[in-house]
Design a protein around this ligand. Structure first.
Ligand code: PAF
Length: 288
């Protein structure tokens, strides 16, 4: 496994791999602090592609000034050995200066899909995500890029960017990987203290509650949201719900009456970490 810190070096490694016969190049964009969720993306990439690149870059432009850019975990050695043991061909780990040299002035944005949920709570976040992901796609030139379903809105925004800007690659979205008690894996879980960690499985439990209510025939989104909010308030008193939303899976518009498949999404702010999770609930045609 090779590690490239510059754009020229990673381009050379990918070009060499292609000359050496790699037909499909896969990219797994990450901010490091790799966990089983990331490794499931890397394994999916390794299963489908001839050469896998993992980017490790804590992207400053997607953090608001009050967020955790400085304290974001950066366990570089562990990340590199994890990549090596999962069959990664090359890691791209640039500095902030390599990605955003002095005078950098471009930005990529996607409207509409970014104006709800995470986009409402984290102003400027998706502009930073789209800009860095567009740069990574241009730098690495992958055939397939892998993202996790835990960041449902991020995946939808990136798909839209790729479609609208005619970027020549496929976006693969892989299922959320969970701890045994249901907590979705996230690099930020490490911030939780013991009490917060004990309460954190309620995010998944509340999504399961929403799913059960919808399957049992509840069609009023506001009433499902109210039940979810009260479960969160009862079982995670240390957390504060930033939002609980029921949205259309494609355009992310809020749904009032549940007539088809929906995504239930939520964000809960604990004192030490803000967690997000979501679940797609498919409503069979016969039950609509
Ligand atoms: O999901 C993430 O870790 C980041 O948002 C991404 C896609 C690597 C861009 O910095």
């Amino acid at each position: 496994m090779k590690v490239a810190k510059t754009i020229d070096d990673i381009r050379r490694l990918v070009a060499d791999a292609r000359v050496g016969g790699a037909g499909l190049v896969g990219l797994v964009p990450t901010m490091g602090a790799l966990h089983e969720g990331h490794f499931s993306l890397i394994d999916a990439a390794a299963g489908e592609c001839d050469f896998v690149v993992v980017s490790i870059f804590v992207n400053p432009t997607q953090f608001a000034p009050n967020e955790d850019y400085r304290s974001y975990p950066r366990p570089v050695k562990n990340d590199l050995s994890g990549c090596e043991s999962h069959g990664v061909g090359a890691v791209f780990a640039p500095s902030a200066g390599e990605m955003y040299p002095d005078g950098f002035a471009a930005a990529v944005s996607v409207s509409g899909l970014t104006e709800t949920m995470e986009g409402n709570c984290r102003l400027g976040h998706f502009g930073g995500v789209c800009t860095v992901v567009a740069k990574l796609f241009n730098i690495v030139g992958p055939d397939v890029a892998y993202f996790g379903a835990k960041d449902y809105q991020q995946a939808a925004v990136i798909r839209k960017m790729v479609a609208d800007l005619d970027m020549p690659l496929r976006i693969a979205v892989c299922p959320t990987v969970r701890e045994a008690d249901g907590l979705a894996m996230s690099s930020r879980n490490a911030y939780l203290d013991d009490d917060e960690r004990t309460q954190s499985p309620v995010l998944y439990e509340s999504l399961q509650l929403a799913e059960r209510l919808i399957r049992e025939g509840e069609r009023n989104a506001a009433s499902v949201i109210e039940s979810v909010r009260s479960l969160l308030a009862d079982n995670a008193p240390l957390g504060k719900a930033d939002y609980v939303a029921i949205v259309d899976p494609d355009n992310l518009a809020a749904v009032e009456e549940i007539k088809g498949d929906v995504v239930v999404a939520l964000a809960v702010k604990f004192p030490s970490a803000r967690l997000i999770d979501n679940m797609r609930v498919d409503v069979p045609k016969a039950n609509r």
